[in-house]
Each structure stands twice: as structure tokens, then as C-alpha cells.
Design a binder for this molecule. Structure first.
Ligand code: NAD
Length: 353
């Protein structure tokens, strides 16, 4: 029996559900017959993104608030997105990242155990791999060496270790999803990526093409890749959201722990993204080539075979043109204008591995 058999509309606590990926996952949960209960401190998410279930304003470091939310909504499972995400900030404030990401996850796991909630999906990251001595264009399987290149990546790997140990010790059943580059937006235009300041390639390229932002700088064109610019694996945020629902529904034995890559298996170069944005906007992206950024690996592309085999999941909307056109629709939507430009919803995000 899975937890799904116990109720007609099982409640799932979505920590960080007011943020970018959490909000898209809350929508997917609602569409699949779950009740998403968003638990978020709003430190970088925004209230307007919570549309598909109840909202609890709280911090994952607060065991009492978590316990109350679990009791009040009869929570059966948790999808855990909440945490600090900016790689660059983690280098200058590592203690803060350990406190929120690792400390917060310890508190969440203890509260789940106390309340008998034994099903978890955790937001991990390709940042757990680092460069790890791979050949330039090799895809990354889950068993690849782990060598995070930032304190942010360290916290994700530490959480994975802790979760795996608790699966073994207490019978928790958990899936850690290692995302590659989340991108795009829900086609409704209701939710999307909203970070302030924005440092992600696709929104920056769109802003440059629309004349709303500075001309784009391409960091390095002398990498060992086909066109010399970095290759990344862009995964549509709705494909990512669907992977969470599949991870929640997967029939796993009590105590099972699985770590699964979520990517497409196909890399796109920075110049390919720039061209796709130019096509979608209908005018070229003004850009120049600058120096490489420290720590940028030439290529980060998932081997997604395990996600197919274990979760029966495959990306269905992650073509570069689809990602870019959905991101563009969001940036032109009234919700984006009201939220981001109106200053009510500043989420801050820098690079993710
Ligand atoms: N965006 C990506 O490409 C990417 C890639 C790999 C992994 N991830 C991981 O996915 C998760 C979600 O990322 P996102 O891009 O949606 O970020 P986001 O900043 O949009 O969302 C994070 C949410 O967590 C909330 N939060 C932060 N600290 C909290 C706390 N202590 N208690 C309660 N809520 C708190 C924020 O208010 C925000 O709503 C993160 O764990 C991130 O590390 C993201």
C-alpha cells in the first residue's frame, strides 16, 4: 500500500512552494489529485505564486510550525524545496547555507519522524557532481564522483547523505532529484521565474533582446565544446514538476532511498540559447564575449536513464524553443509585471550547477 491509497486527496507539504520550482510543482500536484500545502518563509518566494492549495507562512527551522502544519492539514508526504539557492552567496556566507539547508532539513526530518510522515521527495542538484574529472562532453550518471564546487553544493550532498541514513535507520522512503538547469515557465503565464537580481541566461537574454536589460555577456568562447561556449542541460520547469509527482507516486519499499538525475540528456550551448531567444523575440540578442567565469565547467549534461527506468518519466516540453517561448510569455505577462516590476516578489537566484 502506498500513502496514496489512504485518502482521496492526499495532502502534500510543499516546503518552498512559493518559489519558482515549488509553485510549478504545487500546480502539477493539484492537477494530479493531491492537495499541495505550501509552507514557505517568503524569504525569496512570493505569496502570489501560491494558487493551488493552502498557504502556511513558516520557516523550516521551526519544528513547532512544521508540526502544526502537518497536523492541521493531515499531511501524508513532503516535497522539500525550501532553502537558500545562490551559489555565489554560499561562498561568502557558508554558515547561513548550512543553517538553512542542512539545519532546516534536520528539523524537517525529525518533525516528519515524530509525526509519522514517511515519504519525502528532496530538491537536490547537479551541483553535487562538480567537474569531477569528466571528459568534456560526457553525460553524468548518478554514480559519477561527487565533488561539489561550492558550499551550496556541499549542503545539497550533506542533505542527501543525511536523508539516506534516515531511510536506513527509520524506514523513511525518499527520492532525491538532482536537477540540471531549470528553465521556462508554465504556459498559462500565471507563474514563472522571478528573481531579483536575475543572473540566469534565458531571462537575461530575453531582457537584452527586448531592450529591457543590458546587452548579454557570454562568459568564454574557448571551451572544449562544439562552438566554444558552455553546454548546459535545460529542463522545462513543468517537466521538472512532473518528475516530482512521479517520484511521489513511485512504488518504493519502506526504507528505500533513490537519487535520480532530472535532465534531458542533451546539452545546449550558450550561443544556441542566444539564437533561440532571438528567434522567439524576433530580433537578435545584443551580446559580446567576455572572459570565462571561475568554476564554470565546460559541460553539465545529465544521463537521465535512471529517471526513465525508475519513475517512468521523460521530458515532454523541454525543447529549447518551447522553454524560451514559455519564458518569453511569462516575462510579457501581467503577473510578471505586477509581481517583479512592482517589487512585491523579489526572488534572488544566481548560478546553479
Ligand atoms: N533553479 C534551479 O535551476 C535549481 C537547480 C538545482 C536545484 N535547485 C533547488 O530547487 C529548490 C527550489 O529552487 P528555486 O529555483 O525554486 O528557488 P526559489 O528561491 O524560487 O525557491 C525557494 C523557496 O524556499 C523558500 N525558503 C527559503 N528558505 C526557507 C526557510 N528557511 N523556510 C521556509 N521557506 C524557505 C523561499 O522563500 C522560496 O520560496 C532549491 O532547494 C534549490 O536548491 C534549483
Amino acid at each position: 500500500m502506498t500513502f496514496m491509497d489512504r485518502g482521496s486527496k492526499p495532502a502534500v507539504l510543499v516546503t518552498g512552494g512559493a518559489g519558482y520550482i515549488g509553485a510549478h510543482t504545487a500546480k502539477a500536484l493539484h492537477e494530479q489529485g493531491f492537495l499541495p500545502v505550501v509552507f514557505d518563509s517568503l524569504s525569496s518566494g512570493f505569496r502570489e505564486a501560491v494558487r493551488w492549495g493552502p498557504f502556511v507562512h513558516g520557516d523550516i527551522r521551526d519544528a513547532g510550525a512544521l508540526a502544526d502544519a502537518i497536523d492541521a492539514h493531515n499531511v501524508k508526504a513532503v516535497i522539500h524545496f525550501a532553502g537558500l539557492i545562490e551559489v555565489g552567496r554560499s561562498v561568502v556566507k557558508p554558515d547561513l547555507f548550512w543553517e538553512h539547508n542542512v539545519g532546516g532539513t534536520v528539523t524537517l526530518l525529525s518533525t516528519m519522524r515524530e509525526k509519522g510522515v514517511n515519504r519525502l521527495v528532496f530538491s537536490s542538484s547537479a551541483a553535487v557532481y562538480g567537474q569531477g574529472g569528466r571528459a568534456a562532453l560526457e553525460t553524468i550518471p548518478e554514480a559519477a564522483p561527487k565533488a561539489p564546487a561550492s558550499p551550496y553544493g556541499d549542503t545539497k550532498l550533506a542533505c542527501e547523505w543525511m536523508i539516506e541514513a534516515q531511510c536506513r535507520a527509520y524506514g523513511l522512503t525518499a527520492v532525491a532529484l538532482r536537477y540540471f538547469n531549470a528553465a521556462g515557465a508554465d504556459p498559462s503565464g500565471l507563474i514563472g521565474e522571478a528573481h531579483e537580481p536575475e543572473t540566469h541566461l534565458i531571462p537575461l537574454a530575453i531582457a537584452a533582446a527586448l531592450g529591457d536589460g543590458k546587452p548579454l555577456t557570454v562568459f568564454g568562447s574557448d571551451f572544449d565544446t562544439p562552438d566554444g561556449t558552455c553546454l548546459r542541460d535545460y529542463i522545462h520547469v513543468n517537466d521538472l514538476a512532473a518528475a516530482h509527482v512521479e517520484a511521489l507516486k513511485a512504488e518504493l519499499a519502506p526504507g528505500a532511498y533513490e537519487a535520480v538525475n532530472v535532465g534531458t540528456g542533451v546539452g545546449a550551448s550558450v550561443l544556441e540559447v542566444v539564437e533561440a531567444v532571438g528567434r522567439a523575440v524576433g530580433r537578435p540578442v545584443p551580446h559580446s564575449v567576455g572572459a570565462r567565469r571561475a568554476g564554470d565547467p565546460p559541460s553539465l549534461v545529465a544521463d537521465p536513464a535512471r529517471a526513465g527506468a525508475l519513475l517512468n518519466w521523460r521530458p515532454v516540453c523541454s525543447s529549447l524553443d518551447q522553454i524560451v517561448s514559455d519564458a518569453l510569455r511569462w516575462e510579457r505577462s501581467p503577473q510578471y509585471g505586477a509581481g517583479v516590476r512592482g517589487g512585491r516578489c523579489g526572488t534572488v537566484q544566481t548560478t546553479h550547477a
